[in-house]
Write a protein that binds this ligand. Structure first.
Ligand code: HEC
Ligand code: HEC
Ligand code: HEC
Ligand code: HEC
Ligand code: HEC
Length: 375
């Protein structure tokens, strides 16, 4: 009996505990459900919050690229920008854009992957057919076809010189192509030029500046930019700056101008030449402002030099001769003639090389054909 009673009590006890367990389970389940609901709600709120970005999708290929590019200077910022892009969100990684075919002229093996540095609209076309074709068929895509136009005579003859710097004419490169675009030329030779050390030399300052550039660009890209920029400065110096300074010194030495500054027209002209237009062209090139390099720079330098500085000189020579100062007039005139007959200026005397004249006429005809073809 006693045993029976005991087991009955146990059963009642069992029932009670199982009822409690059920309650606990239901309670836990409700809590879990509530937490899940809150998390889902929080996610929704997060998604709706301004600046929200889901985690980037990093596949094996991208992981390999990032293993270096997120660490070392070049491309560190590129990786950061990629991580917060729509492309990272949808799994378009480095190789989706940079992968190249064996037959591509710009393909090279880089850390186990065949890639190209320059990603063109045709790489985007794989996924953005509509947008790419809209662009390719637009007038914007033809902007680089201007070579051979009349404006190019300005850049290649009047402001610059095609033979300057082995044909890499800075007036066209920094002044036209940076807006209009140009053909991409592929070079194969690597140059590992090191900058000399030294405390606060200009080289040191430049290296510091370049370290900023390397956060987003590679060494070759930055070196290419600096070569292009330096060439603009060389062009100004060699074609305009040095000859103009030499002529100004000759005027002073021969007492054809007074020692007082700014009391004669040519002193104002000369000042505008180097201080205003010349500086704008050089600063424009350093700051990647092609409008300042070209239209407010090289173009106005040429205008000021040929249309004011030279006429001012001719007038001073004429006056000196009229006043019996033959010696001075002779010296300055002979220097001016030497300058104007030199390669970079002889076009002004109508003495352009007939071979070049012929080539320019052909280029202009080709330009008209190319331009009418491309809409
Ligand atoms: C082992 C390290 C390493 C890995 C892995 C790596 N890179 Fe690089 N990458 C570099 C270095 C170093 C440079 C040169 C940087 C410079 O010139 O300043 C470079 C340069 C580049 C350049 C520019 C080359 C040029 O012509 O200027 C591109 C584009 C590039 N990497 C893309 C990639 C892609 C895409 C991947 C993944 C497939 C990748 N890299 C994987 C280290 C690496
Ligand atoms: C949506 C396409 C796209 C994706 C994705 C992409 N890139 Fe690029 N990348 C470009 C373009 C466009 C350029 C500029 C090429 C030029 O100079 O014309 C470039 C340039 C570069 C350069 C050279 C920068 C310079 O100025 O020297 C490096 C290095 C580079 N990318 C690395 C990467 C890495 C690493 C990834 C992945 C984290 C990546 N890219 C993802 C399109 C892409
Ligand atoms: C492998 C496929 C792929 C390639 C290659 C690719 N994209 Fe995309 N891109 C996408 C996808 C997918 C999206 C997201 C869906 C969408 O907005 O169309 C996207 C989105 C974009 C957006 C919208 C970004 C935003 O914030 O909404 C732009 C702009 C864009 N791509 C430009 C480019 C350019 C320029 C290139 C070439 C340099 C390129 N894409 C190459 C697949 C690609
Ligand atoms: C600041 C940017 C910029 C610079 C620098 C620049 N251009 Fe232009 N150029 C443009 C734009 C934008 C147009 C289109 C203007 C329009 O259609 O109204 C244009 C139009 C032209 C056209 C006419 C094309 C057509 O479709 O009718 C020629 C030719 C031209 N430029 C040549 C040059 C040359 C040569 C240089 C250098 C000496 C140069 N440009 C410098 C931006 C520039
Ligand atoms: C924070 C990132 C960042 C830094 C730092 C940076 N750049 Fe750039 N740069 C870009 C981007 C993005 C573009 C546009 C993409 C392209 O054209 O490939 C660009 C474009 C350029 C261009 C092409 C301009 C044109 O008109 O076609 C040159 C040249 C350039 N940079 C040089 C430099 C130099 C030199 C420095 C250092 C003094 C520098 N960059 C610093 C991100 C940067």
């Amino acid at each position: 009996m006693i045993r029976q009673k005991q087991s009955k009590q146990l059963k009642i006890y069992d029932m009670a505990t199982s009822l409690n367990t059920k309650r606990i389970i239901i309670g836990i389940l409700s809590l879990v459900f509530l937490v899940v609901l809150l998390i889902a709600l929080w996610k929704e709120v997060q998604h709706a919050m301004p600046g929200y970005k889901p985690a980037p999708i990093v596949d094996a290929g991208t992981k390999h690229c990032i293993s270096c590019h997120a660490e070392k200077g070049a491309g560190k910022v590129i990786v950061e920008q990629w991580k917060t892009s729509k492309h990272a969100e949808v799994g378009v990684g480095c190789l989706e854009c940079h992968a190249a075919n064996k037959t591509d002229v710009d393909a090279y093996l880089h850390e186990g992957a065949l890639i190209a540095t320059v990603v063109t609209p045709y790489d985007c076309r794989k996924c953005h057919e509509k947008e790419t074709m809209e662009f390719v068929n637009s007038h914007h895509a033809d902007a680089g076809m201007i070579m051979g136009s009349l404006d190019n005579v300005l850049a290649e003859v009047v402001e610059g010189d095609v033979n300057f710097n082995s044909g890499a004419n800075p007036a066209a490169a920094s002044g036209c192509w940076q807006c209009h675009g140009s053909r991409v030329q592929l070079l194969t030779d690597d140059q590992g030029k090191e900058l000399p050390p030294g405390f606060l030399t200009w080289e040191m300052r430049r290296a510091n500046m370049q370290n900023v550039c390397y956060q987003c660009h590679t060494k070759n890209y930055v070196a290419g930019f600096y070569t292009q920029y330096d060439n603009e400065v060389f062009l100004y110096n060699e074609k305009i700056g040095k000859p103009a300074l030499k002529l100004m010194k000759l005027l002073l030495e021969n007492q054809m101008i007074t020692p007082a500054e700014f009391d004669e027209q040519i002193e104002w002209t000369y000042y505008y030449l180097w201080h205003h237009e010349g500086r704008r062209a050089r600063m424009g090139a350093s700051m990647m402002g092609p409008d300042y390099t070209q239209w407010h720079g090289n173009y106005e330098v040429a205008d000021r030099f040929y249309m004011e500085f030279i006429p001012d000189l001719v007038e001073i020579i004429r006056e000196a001769r009229a006043n019996g100062r033959t010696q001075g007039a002779q010296t300055v005139e002979s220097e001016l003639n030497t300058l104007l007959n030199s390669d970079m200026h002889k076009w002004f005397l109508g003495k352009m090389d007939p071979e070049e004249l012929k080539k320019r006429k052909e280029a202009a005809a080709k330009f008209r054909d190319r331009y009418s073809e491309s809409k």
